[in-house]
Design a protein around this ligand. Structure first.
Ligand SMILES: Cc1cc2nc3c(=O)[nH]c(=O)nc-3n(C[C@H](O)[C@H](O)[C@H](O)COP(=O)(O)O)c2cc1C
Length: 258
């Protein structure tokens, strides 16, 4: 019988992922990311069309009664204008539509809660943490973890919007502010289970999964009338401390809603 070829041990050493992740971190001292890149002109110039095969794609016109989903795709825009109030009911709608359970299915002997976004191996290794800024007194000022399987928020820590403004380059230097936002999402990879199954590949998988989740968040927020800002420029170490993340967890992506 043909045997599986064993992969190198390094592929199953989680420190490789954590060290690589550390080398990509955004620091307060790292202002170079805000510099204009000198090659930007080249990036904006068109491909040499003469050398390319070209097929025209006609833009599809939206018809009056066209499916609402297409309208939401067109309306989705990154915006720091957080003008729409949110109550607990609207928060629940947002979380359950963006990240909730859409089906229960049996895999072998196990029942799995499938959610509204795609997940590598259906392991749901990216956890949504939420800072609630302005929804309801009982929840405001807290960081919570959304546990979709049990339809609940689990308390993590207390903070305030000034401290949250210190987490991203855009807000720390007053270019924009989270002051009027209603909630801030943190998409946190938990490598505990996924790494055992996929080794080094799990690093790519969690990044892709976080993208799916943030996309869902933007679509549902747009549908409910909220502005959103996806945020990659956050200071990793400050976020890790605020969310009290352990060794196996890293924040991949943030998003503000309001
Ligand atoms: C991976 C990623 C990271 C982003 N990070 C930031 C950020 O740190 N701050 C910010 O203001 N916008 C951020 N954005 C939003 C982009 O600026 C925005 O998507 C882009 O200008 C296109 O505009 P649109 O989203 O309205 O189509 C990010 C978007 C993506 C996809």
């Amino acid at each position: 019988m043909k045997k599986w070829k064993t992969v190198k041990d390094e592929y199953h050493n989680i420190n490789n992922i954590l060290n690589f992740h550390r080398s990509t971190m955004h620091h307060k001292s790292n202002m170079s990311v805000n510099h204009i890149i000198p090659v930007i002109d080249n990036l904006l110039t068109k491909d040499n069309e003469e050398d390319s095969r070209i097929v025209e794609i006609d833009p599809a016109e939206l018809k009056e009664n066209e499916d609402e989903f297409f309208k939401i795709l067109e309306q989705r825009r990154t915006s720091w204008q957080f003008g729409t109030p949110m109550n607990r009911e609207q928060l629940s709608a947002l979380l359950t539509k963006a990240f909730g359970i859409s089906q229960r299915r049996k895999f072998g002997e196990f029942w799995v809660n499938l959610k509204t976004y795609a997940s590598a191996g259906a392991l749901y290794s990216v956890e949504p943490y939420i800072y609630i800024n302005d929804v309801e007194d009982e929840l405001n000022g807290g960081i919570w973890k959304y546990d979709a399987d049990n339809s609940r928020l689990v308390y993590v820590a207390d903070t305030d919007v000034c401290k949250v403004n210190g987490l991203t380059s855009t807000t720390k230097f007053g270019v924009q502010s989270f002051e009027k936002s209603k909630i801030i999402l943190f998409f946190v990879a938990n490598f505990e289970v996924i790494f055992k199954k996929y080794g080094m590949l799990s690093y790519r998988l969690v990044l892709l999964e976080a993208g799916h989740m943030c996309s869902n968040l933007q679509m549902v927020s747009t549908k409910l009338g909220y502005s959103t800002v996806p945020i990659g420029g956050f200071y990793d170490l400050e976020v890790k401390k605020m969310l009290k993340l352990d060794h196996d967890r890293v924040c991949l992506y943030m998003a503000a809603v309001g």
